[in-house]
Write a protein that binds this ligand. Structure first.
Ligand SMILES: Nc1ncnc2c1ncn2[C@@H]1O[C@H](COP(=O)(O)OP(=O)(O)OP(=O)(O)O)[C@@H](O)[C@H]1O
Ligand SMILES: [Mg+2]
Length: 243
């Protein structure tokens, strides 16, 4: 059974149809990269999967269960999210950003939460920054804390919404390296990113979204080398030229 099945999903804001009959499936350990022009509905698609945004029509299944039948807190634990602007709590240390969910959502003791948080900080190369506040960390370090915080909840699926777009170019690599390692360890990841080298080398599936519709979807090499649609060629060509 697919880990994620998005089935004929529609979403409008007022008169504007932002997602139009979107359907796709992800298996466990898949890494799906979604690309598309600004305003094409990429963030909305991700946000529908963990119900930060509610869909108007269609269904979304996580491991066979319709997400609207799940307890919302349970869904958010099972589907983690990493944001473009990190979304860290400014008044909590790196460790404290991670222990919060472990204690309040998972009910772990403070000692246990601290141990787990430090394990995950070590995994993202930040063992020595546990006591730092977000303002004391670089953007790349803050984003790695964001990833560690999401991972600590042991999600089944991780959503990434342009995780490197707010970073200075020299800090992008350290975040992509962490994402690369996660993919190799078998984490199932649904990523919106413009990092085409990452898409080429890590994604199992690449999806082009335009105006709320899937234009083309398939193995990245196929979309890069032999796209079926002119729209795909034009869009991937533009992104590849920029870098
Ligand atoms: N909360 C909202 N209320 C009203 N309109 C919204 C809301 N969120 C998104 N939209 C609109 O929905 C459309 C799709 O937005 P979305 O953020 O999903 O696009 P995107 O592909 O992520 O774009 P970008 O690449 O700029 O991040 C846009 O036209 C946007 O203005
Ligand atoms: Mg977006």
């Amino acid at each position: 059974m697919s880990l994620l099945r998005v089935d004929h999903v529609d979403k409008s804001y007022g008169e504007e149809r932002v997602l139009r009959d979107v359907s796709f499936e992800m298996e466990r350990q898949d890494v799906e990269v979604i690309v598309g022009p600004s305003g094409s509905g990429k963030s909305t698609m991700l946000r529908c999967v963990n119900r930060l945004t509610e869909i108007d029509d269609g269904e979304i299944y996580l491991d066979g269960e319709e997400i609207h039948d799940l307890d919302q807190n349970d869904l958010r634990r099972r589907v983690g999210m990493v944001f473009q602007d990190f979304n860290l709590f400014a008044h909590r240390t790196a460790r404290g950003n991670i222990t919060l969910g472990l204690e309040e959502v998972l009910g772990k003791s403070h000692e246990e939460a601290t141990r787990v948080a430090e394990d995950y900080l070590e995994r993202v190369g930040l063992a020595d920054q546990a006591d730092s506040y977000p303002a004391e960390l670089s953007g790349g370090q803050q984003q790695r804390v964001g990833i560690a915080r999401a991972l600590a909840m042991e999600p089944e699926l991780l959503l990434f919404d342009e995780p490197t777009s707010a970073l200075d170019p020299e800090l992008i690599g350290e975040v992509l390296d962490v994402m690369h390692d996660l993919a190799e360890e078998g984490m199932t990841m649904l990523c919106v990113t413009h990092e085409m080298d990452f898409a080429r080398s890590v994604a199992s599936t690449l999806t082009v979204l335009d105006d709320g519709q899937i234009v083309e979807r398939g193995p990245p090499e196929q979309l890069f080398e032999n796209p079926e649609h002119e729209r795909t060629r034009a869009f991937l060509g533009d992104l590849t030229d920029v870098r």
